[in-house]
Ligand binder design. Structure first.
Ligand SMILES: [Zn+2]
Length: 182
């Protein structure tokens, strides 16, 4: 019997989870996010925010990439997570920690704060996901949902509608087979 850690709780392979595994999700979207936090925020602080403040039972992303490029998987890709309401059933959600910086007036503003290590780790993760789900479109959260306030719940990435603060569809255009921007 295979056991694995998930959200601090042990999940066992039962007939129920075996059934979920047998019913593969159809993945049509690979969605990039920023956490809309300082790049130094810990994964644990982000998970605590989901659990304790938003009362979410599942994480907001399948993968999160730390400032040092370390990639942490928060949920198996078979599982649905809370990335973008209305787009979760067929999506895999990937985030990097960061997306905000403090401007000259002490205000938090949206910014692409990715380190070289994060860029490389995101690239390698997205390429790996693309090999598993070659038909899925790769794009950013902001490309999906410009009008984010309808669900009454705000995930960290939704506080800044620029999420993920870079043009993901363009950055991974070679995988999307999209034409280069003119
Ligand atoms: Zn987002």
């Amino acid at each position: 019997m295979k056991n694995f850690e998930m959200n601090g709780q042990e999940m066992r392979t039962t007939p129920h989870t075996a059934l979920i595994k047998a019913t593969k999700r159809i993945i049509t979207l690979i969605v990039l996010h920023c956490t809309a936090t300082s790049p130094d925020t810990s994964v644990e602080a982000i998970r605590n925010y989901w659990r304790n403040t938003l009362k979410w039972k599942q994480p907001g992303y399948h993968y999160i990439v730390k400032k040092n490029g370390e990639t942490v998987q928060l949920a198996p890709t078979e599982r649905i997570v809370n990335g973008v309401k209305g787009h979760n059933a067929h999506a895999i959600h990937v985030a990097y920690i960061g997306g905000t910086k403090t401007d000259g007036h002490g205000r938090q503003t949206a910014a692409d704060t990715r380190t070289q290590a994060q860029r490389a780790a995101l690239r390698s993760l997205v390429e790996r996901l693309h090999r598993s789900f070659p038909k899925a479109l790769i794009l950013g959260h902001r490309d999906l949902s410009p009008d984010l306030n309808h669900n009454g719940r705000i995930e960290p990435g939704e506080r800044i509608k620029a999420c993920p603060c870079f043009d993901a569809a363009d950055e991974y255009r070679d995988l999307n087979a999209l034409p280069k921007h003119a």
